[in-house]
Design a binder for this molecule. Structure first.
Ligand code: GRG
Length: 315
């Protein structure tokens, strides 16, 4: 199916309404993850005329790992407007490439210096630091190549997606947030500054994922704004939950050194607010996110469930 000149939106929405049974979210996540995995396998093939080692390294980090939160958010948001998964799949994979590149670079000794990622040695440990730098660079570049080559989308859609992805991963997004984060190490920062860092560093790519869905779904301004607010709320909730997990995981394992935030002397929501207040903040953000969804007159159950999962990671 092609997005350029079809009228699938209304047809698909009607058929959604007729099919009342909604499979459990776990089935939905499994299904979407397998679509994403298959597409990534195709996009980064093992056999390459001249770059087998680069493909091997990219596949090591990109495949069979991660929760695929960002691509699934893009797919689920586009589905709100009746867009089938095959249309959103390639842009969704571009989001996962950017996310994976950021993790590869973040794990490097010059950044967070983490030896493990997604349950196995980080890329620079399994390969070399040079491999990790270049593989991250490759995935960053290839994300935009993938978007620009997407024959399912119109030129207008592609330009909008490229702009959103570049803006949200650049100076006013993920990279800017990472820079501010590095500069804040060992320095006292207040809650407002922390929130700004998080909204750039982690929230921006989550927001981009939602915006991918609104762009591909041709959402009107009102619906787009509600979903942007939804993205801001769950983006922040995601990061606070990550801060909470960083502490609770290290407490559970009886090893305070397990906490990478403590190891890196980072100010977090937990260090500023304490665990209970941090959890309350997550719940407030989730309530606000539900309210944003209530402004959309189409089925948003999947987005609600994904928001719950993101925030529920700390319970
Ligand atoms: C180095 C360019 C550059 C950017 C780094 C986002 C970021 C900026 C670094 C990630 C560091 C980090 C671990 C932040 C905490 C929140 C986060 C992004 C966690 C990992 O995301 P998940 O939980 O990971 O979606 P999976 O593995 O499931 O994809």
């Amino acid at each position: 199916m092609n997005l350029k000149n079809t009228h699938w939106n209304m047809e698909s929405m009607t058929s959604n309404l007729l099919h009342k049974y909604t499979p459990p979210i776990s089935d939905y996540l499994k299904l979407q993850s397998s679509h994403i995995e298959n597409e990534l396998q195709k996009l980064v093939p093992l056999q390459h005329t001249s770059q087998n080692q680069l493909m091997k390294a990219a596949r090591y980090s990109l495949l069979e790992g991660g929760k695929r939160i960002r691509p699934i958010l893009a797919i689920a948001t586009a589905e709100v407007f009746g867009v089938p998964v095959d249309i959103t799949l390639r842009p969704a994979c571009a989001l996962e490439m950017i996310h994976t590149y950021s993790l590869i670079h973040d794990d490097l000794p010059c950044m967070d210096d983490d030896d493990f990622r997604r349950g196995k040695p980080s890329l620079h440990k399994e390969f070399t630091e040079a491999h990790a730098v270049l593989t991250g660079d490759y995935l960053l570049t290839y994300a935009f190549e993938t978007l620009s080559n997407d024959a399912n989308l119109s030129a207008n859609h592609i330009v909008k997606l490229v702009r959103v992805l570049a803006q949200n991963s650049g100076a006013n997004g993920m990279i800017g947030g990472q820079m501010m984060d590095i500069e804040s190490i060992e320095n006292a920062i207040d809650l407002n500054r922390l929130q700004l860092i998080h909204s750039f560093k982690t929230g921006a790519l989550i927001l981009a994922s939602i915006q991918f869905g609104t762009i591909i779904g041709n959402a009107n301004k009102e619906h787009e704004n509600a979903l942007i607010e939804f993205g801001n709320n769950i983006g922040l909730a995601f990061q606070i939950t990550d801060d909470i997990l960083d502490v609770t995981k290290s407490t559970r394992s009886n090893n305070p050194n397990y906490s990478s935030d403590i190891k890196n002397h980072k100010t977090t929501y937990v260090s500023l607010l304490g665990i209970d207040q941090a959890k309350n903040k997550v719940n407030d953000l989730l309530t606000a996110a539900y309210k944003n969804l209530s402004e959309i007159p189409f089925p948003t159950i999947r987005l609600k469930e994904i928001a719950e999962l993101i925030c529920g990671r700390c319970h």
